[in-house]
Design a protein around this ligand. Structure first.
Ligand SMILES: Cc1cc2nc3c(=O)[nH]c(=O)nc-3n(C[C@H](O)[C@H](O)[C@H](O)COP(=O)(O)OP(=O)(O)OC[C@H]3O[C@@H](n4cnc5c(N)ncnc54)[C@H](O)[C@@H]3O)c2cc1C
Length: 347
């Protein structure tokens, strides 16, 4: 039986608002509380939460709780855990919905342990089946979808982004119940001195982009003139990313080349790899270029709604039912044309 739902969130890196994934998890929590007709509480963690709380003032929550202060601005397992625990003890929920951000993916399994509850990560939906709350997630590299329930409570569900419509509502004046948490010295030991990220992923991996652009090993292979053209490939791909705002993915063959001293695209790392041993991003559209479309690669396209590919080979994997549209053409030529068309209106 579910009697009380808590939606738990932390503020984003700007420190002013909730990450998009949190608004999506709130959308799911609000829907579930309506379906079950049980009260919803909101628990926020951050340095200064009033503005974010005001934005949620009309989300239908009975209580809006917060643990706030400069010490809760940055992700840190020990302080996030204590803050989340204090919010849960104040709200006494049996179901806790939270976004699967890297911050919560680290801290909330610890929360489950402290509350003697259970946690499940990478949840893609929460629904009622015969009146019981069930969660959905993928197994075996997105090949099997499982729907399951648990008896243990509290049950913490970390929802993946891109799976539920984000909460939208008019803002108002939120009455925040501040929960005081005093951090012991050993919960303050870790401090963030700065962030060092690979140059490429910060600029090219854009989970919220409308399109995923995937480059394959063909970009670095000998072309019809018998030569490779990696510089031209780099500039065509980067130009396209700039004008389209697309996120960049790569095939395994392409990202592996950097470790094999072959001609490489300098901005491509293993973080870009899409597929069975890579990522499974969610985007409305995807365009694959110079990539063959083999099964282990296409597994990563599970959540791309509309798939297009450009390949010289009319018998490539995409042609066998894995793409909605295949352009049998030279990707160098096609992308040069596409870029010039996309640049035109801006000029
Ligand atoms: C256990 C396992 C796990 C794997 N996991 C993954 C994974 O997670 N992700 C992944 O990507 N792969 C994965 N693979 C590898 C996968 O099977 C393929 O080997 C790989 O995806 C091939 O990459 P590619 O299509 O870029 O390269 P290639 O197979 O070399 O294909 C290059 C393509 O480029 C085309 N081309 C060349 N020039 C042009 C041009 N000018 N215009 C248009 N097309 C052109 C060619 O026609 C060719 O089809 C896995 C394999 C195994 C065994």
């Amino acid at each position: 039986m579910t009697k009380n739902i808590l939606f738990l969130a932390h503020l984003d890196e700007s420190g002013n608002e909730l990450p998009k994934a949190a608004l999506e998890a709130l959308g799911a929590a609000a829907d579930l509380s309506k379906q079950l007709n049980v009260p919803l509480s909101i628990g926020l963690i951050g340095a200064e939460v009033q503005a974010a709380a005001d934005a949620l003032a009309n989300a239908g929550a009975q209580r809006l709780l917060a643990v706030s202060g400069a010490e809760f601005a940055q992700p840190r397992f020990a302080s996030d855990l204590l803050a989340a625990e204090a919010l849960c003890r104040a709200a006494s929920p049996d179901l806790i919905l939270a976004p699967a951000t890297s911050r919560f993916l680290r801290a909330l399994p610890g929360l489950a342990h402290r509350l003697n509850g259970r946690v499940d990560t990478h949840i893609t939906s929460v629904q009622l089946v015969d009146g019981a709350v069930c969660a959905t997630r993928w197994f075996y590299r997105q090949r099997i979808e499982g729907v399951f329930q648990r008896d243990a409570r509290p049950w913490i569900l970390l929802l993946d982004s891109g799976c539920h419509e984000a909460y939208h509502g008019p803002s108002g004046k939120a009455n925040i119940e501040e929960i005081a948490v005093t951090l012991p010295a050993d919960a303050r030991r870790t401090t963030i001195a700065g962030i060092r990220a690979p140059k490429s992923d910060s600029q090219t991996i854009r989970p919220d982009a409308a399109m995923l652009f995937v480059a394959g090993a063909g970009w670095t292979k000998k072309q019809s003139d018998g030569k490779t053209h990696p510089e031209q490939a780099e500039s065509l791909i980067l130009d396209f990313l700039r004008v389209s705002g697309a996120s960049l993915g790569g095939s395994k063959s392409l990202v592996d080349q950097s470790g094999e001293n072959q001609a490489v695209l300098g901005f491509m790392t293993h973080l870009n790899q899409v597929g069975q041993t890579g990522a499974t991003p969610r985007h409305p559209k995807g365009l694959s270029t110079c990539c063959h479309g083999e099964e282990p690669h296409v597994v990563g396209w599970r959540f791309i709604n509309e798939r297009r590919a450009i390949n010289l080979d009319p018998n490539c994997g995409w042609a066998r039912g894995k793409a909605d549209v295949l352009y049998v053409a030279d990707a160098f030529e096609v992308m040069a044309k596409v870029n010039s068309l996309l640049k035109k209106p801006q000029a």
